[in-house]
Design a protein around this ligand. Sequence first.
Ligand code: FAD
Ligand code: DHB
Length: 407
Amino acid sequence: MSTGTRTRTQVAIVGSGPAGLLLGQLLHQAGIDAIIVERHSAEYVLGRIRAGVLEQGTVEVLDRLGVSSRLHAEGSIHEGVEIGFRGRRHRIPLKTLVGKAVTVYGQTEITRDLMEARAACGATAVYEAVDVELHDWAGISPKISYRRHGVAYEIACDFIAGCDGYHGVSRRSIPPPALNIFERVYPFGWLGVLADVPPPWQELIYANSERGFALASLRSPTRVRCYVQCSLDDRVDDWSDARFWDEFRRRIGEEIADRVIAAPSIEKSIAPLRSFVVEPLRYGRLFLAGDAAHIVPPTGAKGLNLAVSDVFYLHEALRDFYRERSERPLEEYSERCLRRIWKAERFSWWMTRQLHRFPGDAFAARMQETELEYLFESIAAQTSMAENYVGLPFGPSTDSLRTHAAA
Ligand code: FAD
Ligand code: DHB
């Protein structure tokens, strides 16, 4: 229904990260028309190296969409995770404790799978859209506008999904007095390196060392992804590959350090750590989802997984609206998301506090030692950690909520 540079769709999605792309596919499966508008090129989006750990609930959503065949072929299932402390490693046996595991499969690969699925079903995604603006979302006829290669475009829609990440335009379009913001900024960042070398570890190792945190992760049997806690003043150029591997070896524990190969990095980046939640997630006909609404420090591996549960709830609410003209799930969207978001915020904050160096706080250092000792001694504490790490349940779907209400 395109008239010149004006188009109409049911849902305009801002951002083609995991939240936007996944919402696009979920809506497509529900027969709802959507257009995705993204600021960067598809290649740029695919070049961002981020998450690696998927909860079982996330994998189940991708299964339902039929976009998980490569994930099952190439991803690896991890039934445990290790915590390094004072030179020793302690395994948390996830599967034994809570009956679930996590899957290691890069965010880049999920993004590629979702982009391919979108192209295969002929749905529209506009890349390199600049000056994206949101209009009239407080009323019933919202619009978004943007420019592409010098031409102005407008999309009229029923709803806008703000899936444009922490630095996006959607949250910034809402008048500040309407936003309730909860935030904690941590006094350090993570320096991440990707390198083509077989990992000398089978499961992820989160290490608390005197010199700061380190994480040993992987992407495949021939590719590692490793992180070290760094100063907020550090720049990527301050860290040669040799310096990175030297620091990583000193933190990860002797037994692994001896087997680490200082391979050349194929990607290196620094991410600051923050906890952030905005309430509510709904403003009229604008719905925020994923990093646009919340940030977790990466220590708990929750950011991508939360983006998935948000858009899962949003697609159910939009589906019910179009099927039955029922507004209720849309009204409940924010509360439903926030219940899960705050629990993931709590867990990520807890993991971050237990594993990083917080200089100048002797009491906090003793509490950290005590927490970790307790964790290694107590099956109850390990079960709690495992339950959160593999992901808390999504909760009942709107279908089953309706069945309950009718009973
Ligand atoms: P994004 O991925 O940020 O996507 C938003 C999109 O919107 C981008 O493509 C952006 O270009 C676009 N955009 C922005 N502004 C505009 C605009 N004005 N107009 C149009 N488009 C716009 N999470 C996990 O679950 N597990 C992990 O193991 C994990 N590890 C991580 C490690 C690191 C180092 C980092 C930095 C993050 C990690 N995360 C992890 C978090 C995870 O990567 C994010 O939570 C996830 O990317 C959120 O997806 P999103 O789609 O909401 O936002
Ligand atoms: C990875 C990132 C994380 O934040 C994490 O907690 C575990 C693994 C990764 O990039 O592999």
